[in-house]
Ligand binder design. Structure first.
Ligand code: RIB
Ligand code: CA
Length: 317
């Protein structure tokens, strides 16, 4: 099968963990490596979590490289309130047996781009700091990037950051601006679609019955879903896994091309993603933006991935 080569850049993070589970299960994707960002927790914690997830999945073959410890210009801003002190509170993950890559995340990504015979898809699901530095330091490698399929922003619905902004973009808005003005094709899975691409509170039992990986997903949803259940939300948003699900089956999503710009100056809107949803402002479209999803089919895809681990799929061949 002609697999899509991808590099994941993430800040696990409960929903990042589910994105990794989905990515490593798919026959359609070749995960060249995982790099970590400072976002949901400090870089040390998100990195340990990424390693722990690969260890749990039996994927010691997947290289993990540590990213930058702070955003480009703004202070570190973590989300312990949502993901806990460890960044992945709730489930117990094994201690990683495989050491980190010696290279930093940016150097690792650059090497993987150089080595790849075909353009690589970058899949960032945390703040875009590492991606921005990669583009600034290795401009000649932009031609080796096929697309950037990211979780971040919101052009229609609410936010999960401060003011009107979504967390990933809000944490490092200057990095986001570098990415969105890079000219590289962007697929943006923002809160407009990810807030409603959920595991239902009553669906967690289905995952528990789907084996040990399914049980891990249920535990992740249990912890991450506490706040959403408290406010009466429709389910547990699996924000980050929308990027991977899109790569596996784009028909799961309703998308619209538009121009998206990052607000870098608003007192209450700093880090918001301003989308010209109807193309009235005359700016060139730079992103394909997710607006809706087939939630039921998304859940079926995720359940199938979990069950696949029981059959040895997704494990190191
Ligand atoms: O706003 C949701 C995003 O912020 C997700 O990537 C979640 O993991 C957090 O990083
Ligand atoms: Ca994330």
């Amino acid at each position: 099968m002609n697999k899509i080569p991808i590099l994941m850049d993430c800040d696990p993070g409960h929903d990042d963990a589910i994105a990794i589970i989905l990515a490593l299960s798919s026959e359609k994707l070749n995960v060249l490596g995982i790099t970590t960002a400072c976002g949901n927790q400090t870089i040390e914690k998100t990195t340990k979590n990424a390693q722990g997830i690969c260890e749990f999945l039996g994927r010691r073959d997947v290289p993990v490289a540590k990213g930058r410890r702070a955003p480009l210009l703004t202070p570190v801003y973590t989300a312990g309130i949502a993901h806990g002190e460890s960044g992945l509170d709730g489930p117990q993950l094994p201690e990683p047996a495989v050491p980190l890559q010696e290279e930093s995340a940016v150097v690792f990504m650059a090497r993987k781009l150089e080595e790849s015979r075909k353009p690589v898809t970058l899949v960032p699901t945390g703040p875009l700091t590492n991606i921005a530095v990669l583009l600034l330091c290795y401009p000649h490698l932009i031609q080796k990037i096929d697309r950037i399929v990211l979780m971040g922003g919101s052009v229609v619905s609410g936010c999960s950051g401060r003011g009107a902004s979504e967390f990933n973009i809000m944490v490092d808005p200057y990095a986001a601006d570098i990415v969105f003005t890079s000219g590289i094709p962007i697929v943006m899975m923002g809160l407009d679609v990810t807030n409603f691409t959920t595991i239902g509170f009553d669906e967690k039992e289905k995952f528990r019955r789907a084996g040990r990986v399914g049980a891990l997903v249920a535990d992740l949803a249990d912890y991450f879903g506490r706040g959403f259940e408290m406010v009466g939300w429709c389910g547990v948003p699996v924000h980050d896994a929308c990027t991977i699900a899109y790569l596996i089956d784009p028909t799961l999503f309703t998308m619209r091309e538009m121009n998206v710009r990052i607000d870098l100056s608003g007192e209450f809107t700093m880090g918001s993603t301003v989308g010209d949803s109807y193309g009235v402002e005359g700016h060139e479209a730079n992103a394909l933006v997710g607006l809706a999803s087939d939630r039921e089919r998304f859940v079926e895809l995720l359940l199938g991935a979990c069950a696949g681990y029981e059959k040895g799929e997704g494990c190191n061949e």
